[in-house]
Design a protein around this ligand. Structure first.
Ligand code: SAM
Length: 240
């Protein structure tokens, strides 16, 4: 762990982030389930659909963690498709590789940095990323790597927290982080680890900025869809 606190308002270093996700891997799925009341599954399903993944496609889930979205993609592409889940936290990948064993023959789990993906250009038909972009130390680089590895005409759907525009919902989101997320993290013995969420959401570019960043990364079109009252959002970007 570096000098800087994870709760600091400045971006933690990549190594701190990797160690954090390795450390919380055993409790991570339970934490997601409890703090979103199971809704994260619905939002991930939306992101999977918006990526344009179809039967037989070769798909990529970057920052796959314990594999929720990669597993959804694997069901969607069917037995003739292939899905790669990429993450730099090996403890998360180890959990992903033990889930839904009947789907594993269409999945591969790759230890990789989202800022330097170990894949050829123009390789994937669709891509997803859930709650990863906000954690990257270089968001423009992460987007340009996604752009590089997608085929022409392919889409990426990026799900993450979002700061709502409605002031009442802003208040609700602050309450939710304090009253739901922090106690859930405390109950699972991870209060220090989850102190980073609030600052990371505050730092994260809003939807219109994400759209601009995607276009600067080369995407021909990009749209940000606020969901859950704007507390979450999905950036959908298409390569020309
Ligand atoms: C909040 S978790 C999300 C995991 C999963 N996508 C989900 O929604 O459940 C963020 C993930 O991003 C990964 N991550 C963060 N920065 C990364 C990077 N530069 N390269 C690869 N993975 C990264 C972390 O290891 C962690 O597993």
């Amino acid at each position: 762990m570096g000098e800087q606190s994870l709760a600091s308002s400045t971006q933690p270093e990549a190594d701190q982030i990797r160690q954090l996700f390795d450390r919380i891997a055993p409790q991570y799925d339970q934490m997601n389930q409890d703090m979103s009341f199971g809704l994260h599954r619905v939002w991930k399903q939306m992101a999977m659909r918006w990526s344009g993944a179809e039967k037989g496609m070769r798909c990529l889930d970057v920052c796959c963690g314990s594999g929720d979205l990669a597993l959804l993609l694997a069901r969607q592409v069917g037995p003739t498709g292939q899905v790669t889940g990429a993450d730099f936290a090996v403890e998360q990948l180890a959990i992903a590789a033990q889930r839904n064993l009947y789907l594993q023959d269409r999945l591969s789990w790759v230890e990789a940095d989202a800022l330097a993906l170990p894949f050829d250009d123009d390789r994937f038909d669709a891509a997803t990323m859930a709650y990863g972009l906000r954690n990257l130390t270089d968001i423009p680089k992460g987007l340009s790597e996604l752009y590089r590895v997608l085929k022409s005409g392919a889409r990426v759907a990026v799900l993450d927290f979002h700061t709502p525009t409605n002031p009442l919902i802003v208040q609700f989101q602050k309450w939710y982080l304090q009253a739901i997320v922090v106690p859930t993290a405390e109950r699972l013995g991870m209060s220090e680890e989850y102190a980073y969420i609030g600052p990371s959401v505050d730092r994260f570019p809003a939807g219109p900025e994400q759209v601009n960043l995607a276009k600067e990364a080369g995407f021909a079109s990009a749209v940000h869809y606020p969901i859950a009252g704007g507390m979450m959002g999905v950036l959908v970007a298409t390569k020309s």
